[in-house]
Design a protein around this ligand. Structure first.
Ligand code: EPU
Length: 420
């Protein structure tokens, strides 16, 4: 188990470069299964979730060559349709291999996905969607097996917005016979970027209105080359670190258009920033910060659930009481107990609602990483706190943030990683 030892309270300054988005890269690796030709991805983040998706890709028979931040994927020799349990259970995104395997081979048998423990996270929307495309599904509590002689386009209406279910159905529908209309489709920038890649591969996809995607299936997809969009969640995490430590950073590869609500909330709190082309500069603040009435997580373009936890560190430094409403996952406020150990004043009212009152002087202590974003949140808190913090189990953070400690040290942070 690895840990971070952080001595907080340092003023951080400098520049940071945001890599390609985790939640786009990992789906694009699965998308490469759809063709026998090369899929070349640029700006691929060097994170553990990417390594896990590549492990599944090569276990299935594909080849993947990494040259710095570029991946050359070829699924020409893929024969297996049974990803191994040891890997699929490591991450939620393993489920998005189902759509491409079903579309190309008419079969997939896979163990239930793992990933961050932030809620129930069932896969019923995915399975119902495949069945509506004409597949047969068998599910027990260990695995699911889906078969289809021919996938046929259909109208699919999800019960609610789901990022991976939208992606999975898209990945199947592009090779189905006829027209598929997906209603209540998620529209996160990462989903849109996947659509861009699929269109480069020859897929016929149209976003007809918000929440509605139309697909005309074709027989065969080609290879393609694509540069992955920057990770807005990593950018948001660095914004919080800059603002909470009252530092001054330039954050490169920041897409203003993907972050409207973040910018709106930062302005409400009183964070001073300047927007440049593809860059945000968080300025050293002369003022104090104010609480916000409410942060409510929603599907895009709402406030992202993945930044709900990091944002609370900033709210702990703001004057007054802020309300946090987590609408997407039912177990994503537990990290607040760890923040309270550091001196924050947070109260969890129920599994979706909490209050946080500030400003509080955070102090270093021993804390546990619960999930990926909660882990990054504790790092932000430890950098803001006075004294030494020990954060355990930081391998979870490696799933989504590449070289986190090295990049923070370059900004002046006192952070060491110890493996035991
Ligand atoms: N849901 C169902 N049934 C389904 C699918 C989803 O009930 O079949 C529910 C979930 O339980 C949840 C809600 O629908 O309450 C939304 O879940 P969604 O499917 O959108 O989440 P996800 O696809 O599992 C992705 C990201 C998450 C991110 C969410 C929301 C990936 C691999 N993961 O998860 O990212 O929080 O969308 O934006 O794309 C992270 O990066 O740390 C992370 C957790």
């Amino acid at each position: 188990m690895a840990k971070y030892i952080i001595s907080g309270g340092k003023k951080l300054t400098g520049e940071v470069y945001i890599p390609g988005a985790k939640n786009a890269a990992i789906k694009m690796i699965a998308a490469a299964i759809l063709t026998k030709k090369d899929v070349i991805l640029h700006n691929v983040p060097d994170i553990v979730d990417v390594q896990s998706m590549l492990q599944i890709f090569s276990d299935l028979g594909g080849t993947a060559v990494r040259q710095k931040n570029t991946l050359i994927l070829n699924a020409g020799n893929v024969r297996s349709t049974n990803p191994k349990q040891e890997i699929t259970k490591k991450l939620r995104a393993s489920v998005v291999y189902a759509g491409p395997l079903l579309a190309r081979f008419g079969h997939v048998k896979m163990f239930h996905p793992g990933g961050c423990v932030i809620g129930a996270r069932p896969i019923d929307f995915h399975v119902k969607g495949f069945v509506q495309l004409g597949a047969k599904a068998y599910i027990n509590n260990r695995y699911y097996e889906i078969t289809a002689d021919n996938l046929t386009g259909s109208k699919i209406c999800f019960d609610d917005f789901s990022v991976t279910a939208t992606e999975n159905i898209l990945l199947a529908a592009v090779l189905a016979k006829g027209h598929t209309s997906i209603r209540l489709a998620a529209f996160e920038p990462e989903v849109v970027d996947l659509i861009v890649l699929l269109k480069k591969m020859g897929a016929k996809i149209k976003v007809s209105s918000y929440g509605q995607i139309e697909v005309d299936g074709i027989k065969k997809l080609n290879g393609a080359e694509h540069t992955i969009l920057p990770d807005r969640i990593e950018a948001g995490t660095f914004i919080v670190i800059a603002a909470a430590t009252r530092g001054h950073f330039k954050i490169h590869n920041f897409i203003e258009d993907h972050n409207d609500l973040i910018l709106y909330k930062l302005a409400e709190i009183g964070v001073k920033f300047k927007l440049h082309k593809n860059m945000i500069e968080i300025l050293h603040p002369e003022n104090s910060y104010h609480a916000v009435t409410k942060i409510i997580t929603r599907n895009y373009p709402g406030f992202p659930t993945d930044l709900q936890a990091p944002m609370s560190v900033l709210l702990s430094q703001a004057k007054g009481k802020s309300k946090i409403v987590e609408t997407i996952f039912e177990n994503r406020l537990q990290y607040l107990h760890e923040l309270n150990k550091m001196g924050a004043k947070a109260k969890i009212l129920d599994s979706h609602t909490a209050y946080i009152e500030g400003p509080t002087k955070l102090h270093g202590t021993k804390i546990e990483t619960l999930d990926l974003r909660a882990g990054a949140t504790l790092v932000a808190a430890a950098l803001t706190a006075h004294g030494e913090s020990i954060i355990n189990n930081v391998e979870i953070i490696d799933r989504g943030y590449a070289d986190f400690d090295t990049r923070l040290r370059a900004l002046g942070a006192d952070i060491q990683r110890l493996s035991s």
